[in-house]
Structures are given as C-alpha cells and as structure tokens.
Design a protein around this ligand. Structure first.
Ligand code: PEP
Length: 253
C-alpha cells in the first residue's frame, strides 16, 4: 500500500526565524500517520534538519543540478542536499520551468541525478490555463511525464505531483472531477511505461492552492496520495490541519 505524503514547498520564503514553525509542527505531530516533508530554501536545510532531530519529519530540496559537481555557480548538487539532511527533492516545478526555462529533458537529467544521490524525486507536471482551455491537459501531462521521468524511475524513488499551473498560488482549484481525471490518466501512463505492478507503487500528489478548508475533499479523490503544498505549508497551524486531513483520508490503493 502506498504511504500518504504531505509535502510542503516553502519556495523562496523563510529564514532561521521560521524554524519556529517547524518546532510547532513537530510538537503537533510527534508520530504522524503519513509521511511529512518540508522543502525549505537550501539555506535552511541543515538548520531544519537539526531542529527536527529524531522526529519523523523529513526535509527536501526544491531543485538540484543534473551534474554531480562542477563549475556551476549558484547551483546545488543532489548529493549536497542529501549531505544537508534532505531525503527528497522537488524537480520540474512550474516556477522552475517558467523562471529558468527548464525543459522536460533537463528535469529528466536532474531526476537521474537525484536518484544517484539516493533522493526521492518529486517530479511536477501540469498544464497552463491556456492549455486547459484548449483541451490539451492530458496531452500536456503525457508529454511531461514521458520527457521528465527517466527509465530508472520507480515507485520507491519517484513521486509525481500534478500541479495545474493556474491553480498554484491563485486560490483557484480544479474540480474534483478534473483532479480525478488527470490522476487516473497519470496512473494509466505509468502503467503503460513501467508495468501494472510498478505503476501502483508511485505516489501521486495534487498541488495547487491546497488549504485546510479544501484538503479533506481533495484527499478523498481516487488516486490522490497526498499533496504538494506551497503557501499553506509556511504556517504550522495550516500545514498541521492539512496533515490531519490526510491522516483521516481513505487509504490509498
Ligand atoms: C506549489 O508551489 O507547489 C504550490 C502548490 O503552491 P500553492 O499551494 O501556494 O498553490
């Protein structure tokens, strides 16, 4: 059975003062029934790891370079994230695709680098509003999956996050039927590529304006194994409510 995952993406928010939120989260969830992950800015990774101590909350990066090391000013290698305590890394987030021109091939190479460093890659896919309006959502997601996932992807080292670009940070969310349709499509694509048994092991997250108020409804949708949460992961009270909703959601397949 797939383990549910509540993943927080702090994006470019947070300083050491923000660790107070992590302290509160650890206190609120000393023994979470789901996997809990926070992906802070890289500057906070080691501090956060120290703050978490032995508590069962994991940390992750928000990006890594495809190379193991080298002359890449400002970039971070996957092994460096692992060295700072990370167990996961978000790759191909739409903000990286848009702000840094990351193409599927780049995301794929980064995912391979993450796997080589024993990190779990959270690979993001999702359509823009124009693509949805043009009826191209499933085609876009298929293309991103085919291009971004390496052949070595497996359920144990890769999570797929469906994040419609128009729902990120906007307060807008797709309907439950729209989320269900795309998640079923992703599962079918994984089946076609990796085989039926392996496909069942990949966790599929929904991301885009998940909040305490809508979390339970989203977590009740078939094939939703958890969430990638941006804004609402910054405050322990909000993220804690989302974690609790996930703990109470029906068991994934
Ligand atoms: C995200 O950045 O991955 C995200 C889903 O953001 P938000 O929850 O703020 O929409």
């Amino acid at each position: 059975m797939r383990q549910k995952l509540a993943a927080g993406n702090w994006k470019m928010h947070g300083t050491r003062a923000s660790l107070v939120e992590v302290r509160a989260l650890v206190a609120a969830h000393p023994d979470p029934a789901v996997e809990v992950l926070i992906c802070p800015p890289a500057t906070l990774l080691a501090w956060m790891d120290a703050e978490i101590g032995q508590a069962p909350i994991r940390t992750g990066g928000q990006d890594c370079h495809a190379a193991a090391s080298g002359a890449h000013t400002g970039d971070i290698a996957a092994a460096m994230l692992a060295d700072a305590g990370a167990s996961h890394v978000i790759l191909g987030h739409s903000e990286r695709r848009a702000d840094h021109g990351e193409a599927d091939a780049t995301v794929r190479a980064k995912t391979e680098a993450a796997h080589a460093a024993d990190l779990t890659a959270i690979v993001c896919v999702g359509e823009t509003l124009a693509e949805r309006d043009a009826g191209r959502t499933l085609d876009v997601v298929s293309g991103q999956l085919a291009g971004s996932l390496p052949d070595g992807a497996r359920g144990r080292n890769t999570v797929v996050a469906y994040e419609p670009v128009w729902a990120i940070g906007t307060g807008r969310t797709p309907t439950e039927a729209q989320i269900a349709e795309v998640h079923a499509h992703i599962r079918a694509e994984l089946r076609a590529r990796f085989g039926a048994a392996e496909a069942e092991r990949f966790r599929l997250l929904y991301g885009g304006s998940v909040k305490p108020a809508n979390a339970a409804g989203i977590f009740a949708i078939a094939e939703v194994d958890g969430a990638l949460v941006g804004g609402a992961s910054l405050k322990a009270a909000d993220f804690s409510a989302i974690i609790s909703a996930l703990e109470q959601a029906p068991a994934p397949g």
